[in-house]
Design a protein. Sequence first.
Length: 77
Amino acid sequence: MQTQPRAVAPYFPPLETVTRDFIPTDHAAYYVGRKPQTLRGWACGAVKSPIRPRRINGRLAWPVADIRELLGVTADA
């Protein structure tokens, strides 16, 4: 009997250590504790959004500074 391989959970570094200015939707959803589809709803204005993304090369990019502010997290220096 052959077993199915286990799915490996993605690794997200602590928000304090993220050095990029923008992160993709799945990363932002992990940090704010929502599903990616919820953030996509925020982006299209279907729901009142606490943060607004930018479009970079046609994809949503969420500002790390805004996520930190929303969550009350400070960046490591």
